[in-house]
Design a protein around this ligand. Structure first.
Ligand code: NAP
Length: 333
């Protein structure tokens, strides 16, 4: 049976609990055998703790809402999140609508700037300059991907780093890579930040653990590896050229899979008791969403694992809201 118990932010120890139950069962079977009884059938290994991203994200949003209510009561101010959407990509429209809705729910001032697909680079940069200059704007997010005629890197460079709630501006990426800023006060990409919060919900003490991150993108793999390093893990970043990926993953106490290939990480790659964060979101031909890890296999071996959907996904917008609050406090708090 999968443990679907709720795991609030910072709640300790389920992975350890599962692991110790597992070793208890093995020990019981061994003692019975040594005592002269015929070998008994061992109980099946318990399945991994399911890390409930939906519940953890809801708890984080509730915490943000409480903090914003306090700020509003004290100062009359609320953080402002501005999302810029260029064009009418249907998936992007859905994402922007959910960001708007959840930002309003936590009490933020939420504004979406919907620009036509033919918006020029100069027009988009002018919109960003206007938002950069507006003191009531705390967070600016440009929804990606942009239409092909626009230069994404130049657009991200044009966002004020103090308002860069996606954490993608080179200054914020550089600060993270430098390891000199406390991630609590830094604008860190939202999916990696969410992955770390999920990890910490089951593994509060990360120092010294062996972590393998599969994927080295700017959006996920690299920043999550930096955050794990900052948490004193021993970090390996694997990618498409890594040799014998299965052997690399078998060393890991923590596996973060962010490669974008459905079910690629197999159960027999996972070290028993390891914690698995599956960042992958892949749509199968039948329309179902699935992760990068073969969940049915991995859940039999791991100590704790995130499901897809319902794991990392819900944390991404919750962390966007958290970054907006962080940006507000740094500039106006
Ligand atoms: P990406 O830019 O395509 O990067 C994929 C990375 O995986 C690359 O570094 C690539 O290596 C590596 N890779 C690909 N095939 C591999 C293989 N066979 N073995 C080892 N490494 C391999 O993707 P991304 O933007 O980082 O996203 C990764 C996944 O996370 C996708 O499924 C995406 O949908 C999902 N995602 C989820 C969220 C969320 O909110 N949960 C947010 C963002 C992304 P090379 O560098 O060598 O090419």
């Amino acid at each position: 049976m999968i443990d679907t118990g709720h795991h609030g932010c910072g709640q300790a120890g389920d992975a350890y609990a599962t692991t110790s139950v597992a070793s208890g069962l093995v020990a019981r079977a061994t003692i019975a055998h040594e005592g002269g009884f015929p070998p008994m059938e061992t109980d099946p290994m318990p399945q991994a703790t399911l890390i409930d991203g939906k519940a953890i994200a809801a708890a984080l949003r509730a915490q943000i809402a409480t903090e914003i209510a306090g700020i509003k009561a004290a100062s009359g101010l609320v953080p402002g999140l501005h999302v810029v959407l260029v064009g009418d990509d249907p998936a992007s429209r859905v994402y922007v609508a959910s960001k708007e809705k959840l930002a309003v729910e936590v009490g933020m001032n939420s504004v979406a700037h919907r620009l036509p697909a033919e918006t020029t680079q100069a027009e988009l940069l002018a919109k960003l300059a206007e938002l950069n200059a507006d003191n009531a704007v705390d967070g600016i997010l440009v929804q990606l991907p942009l239409p092909k005629h626009l230069d994404t890197a130049a657009v991200i460079d044009a966002i004020d780093p103090a308002k860069d709630v996606d954490g993608l501006h080179p200054l914020n990426a550089g600060r993270l890579a430098g390891g000199k800023v406390d991630p609590e006060h830094l604008l860190v990409p939202c999916t990696p930040l969410g992955s770390m919060l999920l990890l910490k919900s089951v593994l509060p003490a990360l120092a010294g653990l062996e972590a393998v991150v599969i994927g080295r993108s700017e959006l996920v793999g690299r920043p999550v590896a930096q955050l794990l390093l900052q948490a004193d893990c021993t970090v390996t970043i694997a990618h498409s050229r890594t040799k014998d990926l299965a052997a690399v993953v078998r060393r890991a106490d923590i596996v973060v899979a962010a490669l974008g290939r459905p079910g690629y990480v197999r159960g027999d790659w996972i070290k028993p008791g390891a914690t698995v964060i599956d960042v992958g979101i892949n749509r199968l031909p039948d329309g179902k969403l699935t992760g990068d890890v073969a969940f049915a296999e991995a859940v039999e071996v791991a100590g704790a694992i995130t499901p897809v959907p319902g794991g990392v996904g819900p944390m991404t917008i919750a962390c966007l809201l958290r970054n907006t609050l962080t940006a507000f406090k740094a500039r106006r708090g």
